[in-house]
Design a protein around this ligand. Structure first.
Ligand SMILES: Nc1ncnc2c1ncn2[C@@H]1O[C@H](COP(=O)(O)OP(=O)(O)OP(=O)(O)O)[C@@H](O)[C@H]1O
Ligand SMILES: [Mg+2]
Length: 324
């Protein structure tokens, strides 16, 4: 699973900062290292503002720079995506690496029938006839289990429910059989039953192909369902990384422990509004030392002073905390 030859994407020391009016910066992403393997399913979890979307929008080269300042490497197919021209990146984006978002209308064109939108993706990236593209568009709607796919192929997005629109977006993302699907909170805007159906669909599609999927979410419950590995983000960093089983059985970082304690159970039922005690830090003004120390019960002097390095307490388990 994690052999070098199965390595498909390497994010190396990715940093993204956005300039603000007063000469300072929002430090959104602060040195992310992450590998993705063939057939991988990686869950990315962390509170709002911790840099999840910026990291993967960065991978897709969707962040305008300047003004943003971006450093680091994104290695895919032995090339650094950061160094590609916009035209070269365009060939990879939407074909080999695709992304789906929380709100389908950010990707769907409201005035274009869904069948045409899927066909357009195919015609841009693949050398096929219009007829073949239209047949494939229908196949894709069937693949994502849209009922009466033939009847809906020429609908406009607004004629579909939110859940169906999300399925159309997944169909578009899968059109060119991508190697990597980045799913940024794809189910958060949906109600719970539809959410479960869309997650099941993504899980099945991932298992049936050798596609790798990154599932970005606030919700460790979602991670438990779909991901084999987890990266826990905090303040634009990865504070813990391990297999999903290991994270649930043996969480080491106090922040991960806090997140796990907040998963609603049948007994408590109601999810808490704020996952972990204390305030989410402001990316324009991170505290010195370990960024989690103001919220951490274990914090001691060193945590106020020095940022913890990553350690590997057991195989495939990495954590950045002074108290491990
Ligand atoms: N274009 C931008 N200009 C300035 N700051 C930005 C920009 N985009 C994101 N940020 C800031 O970068 C930080 C990380 O944002 P990001 O969207 O990656 O968070 P996230 O983890 O995806 O949160 P959420 O769970 O709410 O989606 C936040 O402080 C955010 O306000
Ligand atoms: Mg986000």
């Amino acid at each position: 699973m994690s052999s070098q030859e199965d390595l498909i994407l390497q994010i190396q020391n990715l940093k993204v900062r956005f300039p603000m009016k007063n000469q300072s910066f929002v430090h959104a992403v602060n040195g992310i290292d992450l590998n993705l393997y063939k057939g991988d399913s990686l869950g990315v979890v962390g509170e709002s503002g911790c840099g999840k979307s910026v990291t993967f929008s960065g991978v897709m080269r969707l962040i305008e720079s300047p003004p943003a300042v971006i450093e680091g490497k994104i290695i895919f197919n032995n090339q650094d995506l950061m160094k590609l021209s916009p035209a070269e990146m365009q060939k990879i984006r939407g074909k080999d690496i695709t992304m789906i978002f929380q709100e389908p209308m950010t990707s769907l064109n409201p005035v274009m029938r869904i069948g045409y939108q899927i066909m357009e993706t195919l015609l841009v990236h693949e050398n096929i006839s219009k007829k073949a593209a239209s047949a494939r568009a229908l196949e894709l709607l069937e693949l994502v289990e849209i009922p009466d796919a033939a009847g809906r192929l020429w609908s406009y997005p607004h004629q579909l429910s939110g859940g169906l629109r999300q399925r159309v977006m997944i169909a578009m993302a899968l059109a060119c059989r991508p190697k990597i699907l980045l799913a940024d909170e794809p189910t958060t805007a949906l109600d719970v039953t539809i959410q479960a159906q869309v997650l099941d669909l993504l899980k099945r599609l991932q298992e049936e192909t050798d596609m790798s999927i990154v599932m970005i979410t606030h919700d460790l419950g979602v991670i438990a369902d779909v991901a084999k590995r987890v990266a826990v983000f905090y303040a634009g960093r990865i504070v813990e990384k391990a297999s999903t089983r290991e994270i649930f059985k043996n969480p080491l970082h106090p922040y991960t422990v806090g997140l796990l304690n907040c998963i609603p159970t049948i007994e408590t039922n109601t999810p808490r509004l704020q996952a972990v005690e204390g305030n989410i830090p402001d990316a324009a003004d991170f505290p010195p030392g370990c960024p989690f120390h103001p919220r951490c019960e274990k914090a001691t002097d060193i945590c106020h002073r020095e940022e913890p390095l990553k350690t590997t307490p057991s195989k495939n388990h990495q954590v950045a905390c002074h108290h491990i």
